[in-house]
Design a protein around this ligand. Structure first.
Ligand code: ADP
Ligand code: ADP
Length: 232
């Protein structure tokens, strides 16, 4: 089963002499319950691919389908809803609201959507990310690794179809990185979550089942090992 895919996805920035082809006819399938690392040099199109598949950036041409929805045909308001209800995001910079507690941050996207988290699931997610004793803390009272756990819990709690993680360990030391990657990987194997992670770091990519390599806006290698549950 496919969580999201692109067909002939092209993204061009600027025009004339300033034209940059950030994505050049990209076809990719993201299979459910798989962890994909998107790798490649700076400027190869990793962020653009993630932003187009996540509905944050509009393709110049081609198709992006999430679940059974072709997002090119959606009005902005429907696209915002789809992002909110069916996609989870984890960023390098955590992007937590400083005035809210950890628990309030975790619940925020669902609160905005007017949804209530399933209490048992919320409990389970809090345990998975190991935040039980930190729920009333504000982000400034938490370490970087703990802040990223909050962001991961926030992404997981709505049971999204797919989670996009953009350099999720870019601001973390290696011990905190290993923890974050460990539970991202276990959310794939244990919970059936689908994750697409942009990373420069081969150590981070080793936690994924699949490594996709971009160069100049094209997929130049796709190393997919369906039998590999977890590498480490
Ligand atoms: P990566 O994430 O692999 O570093 P990006 O997707 O950020 O690559 O960028 C791909 C190409 O598109 C680069 O040449 C970059 O300079 C260009 N690009 C990205 N975003 C914009 C933008 N908003 N305006 C113009 N060019 C952009
Ligand atoms: P970087 O990886 O460049 O340090 P981030 O990981 O914070 O920055 O963000 C990556 C991209 O995602 C940026 O282009 C930013 O505009 C976008 N972005 C960041 N936070 C959000 C958000 N909450 N919702 C939508 N887009 C976001």
């Amino acid at each position: 089963e496919i969580a999201a895919y692109t067909r002939d996805l092209t993204k061009v920035y600027g025009s004339g002499d300033a034209e940059v082809v950030a994505l050049d006819h990209v076809d990719v399938d993201f299979v459910k319950a798989r962890f994909t690392a998107v790798m490649g040099p700076s400027g190869s199109g990793k962020s653009t691919l993630m932003h187009c598949v996540a509905g944050l950036d509009a393709p110049t041409s081609g198709e992006v389908v999430i679940g059974d929805t072709n997002i090119a045909t959606l009005k902005d308001s429907r696209l915002t809803e789809l992002r909110r209800d069916r996609i989870g995001f984890v960023f390098q910079s955590f992007n937590l609201i400083p005035t809210l507690t950890a628990l309030e941050n975790i619940e925020l996207p669902m609160a905005i959507a007017g949804r209530k988290p399933d209490p048992e699931w919320l409990d389970h997610v809090i345990d998975i990310v190991g935040l039980r004793s930190r729920l009333k803390h504000k982000p400034s009272q938490l370490s970087g690794g703990q802040q990223q756990r909050v962001a991961c819990a926030r992404a997981l709690v709505g049971k999204p179809d797919i989670i996009f993680a953009d350099e999720p360990t870019g601001n973390l030391d290696s011990a905190a990185s290993a923890e974050i990657l460990g539970f991202l990987a276990s959310s794939v194997t244990d919970l059936g979550q689908t994750i697409v992670m942009v990373t420069h770091d081969p150590t981070a990519a080793a936690y994924a089942n699949r490594a996709l390599f971009l160069a100049d806006g094209r997929i130049v290698a796709d190393m997919d090992d369906p039998d590999r549950d977890k590498v480490l």
